[in-house]
Design a protein around this ligand. Structure first.
Ligand SMILES: Nc1ncnc2c1ncn2[C@@H]1O[C@H](COP(=O)(O)OP(=O)(O)OP(=O)(O)O)[C@@H](O)[C@H]1O
Ligand SMILES: [Mg+2]
Length: 151
């Protein structure tokens, strides 16, 4: 059985959650998929803003709640794009297939981050390298963040 590597963080401001995103971005490789679990307002998009900053994304990152998927070109050599998926408004994986999400998942020059990943699980295969990031809302500015490498 594979050993799980789990790390825990606490942040007390959006800036600190963004910084954690930057730290995590520095450890990522092309093809990695981050599954971001947590309630509305838990800090998932704030974390993605940190990832984007570290990868040199020049546009503002917001939740793609209505567009479902946003593709941000990066400025790093090995990672060409950051793909931000938000399944909150979709009913199931077919809608994600329809917008071409499968082509990004696990692609070697792409990092995918997924908000509300429960609905994308059936599109993930065993050979994909996924990390779970779980956000919990402790107090107005306090967040508990758990990162679990599962493959
Ligand atoms: N420690 C913190 N970390 C992250 N965000 C924080 C923190 N403290 C306060 N906030 C605020 O909480 C909100 C987090 O919103 P964010 O859009 O990141 O959540 P989300 O998990 O993506 O929600 P949704 O599911 O609605 O997309 C922001 O308004 C942010 O400023
Ligand atoms: Mg969000």
């Amino acid at each position: 059985m594979k050993k799980k590597n789990i790390v825990y963080y606490n942040t007390d401001s959006p800036e600190k959650t963004r910084s954690l995103g930057e730290e995590v971005a520095a450890t990522l490789c092309g093809g990695d998929i981050l599954l971001l679990f947590g309630d509305l307002g838990a800090g998932k998009t704030t974390f993605v803003q940190g990832l984007a900053k570290k990868l040199g994304v020049s546009t503002d990152v917001v939740s793609p709640t209505f567009t479902l998927c946003a593709v941000y070109p990066t400025k790093t050599k090995k990672i060409k794009q950051l793909v931000h998926i938000d399944t909150y408004r979709i009913h199931g994986p077919n809608e994600l297939r329809d917008i071409g999400v499968e082509e990004y998942l696990g692609s070697p020059d792409t990092i995918c981050v997924v908000e509300w990943p429960e609905k994308i699980e059936s599109l993930l295969t065993k050979n994909m390298h996924t990390k779970k990031v779980m956000f919990s809302h402790e107090a107005p500015r306090k967040r508990h963040i758990t990162i679990e490498e599962i493959a």
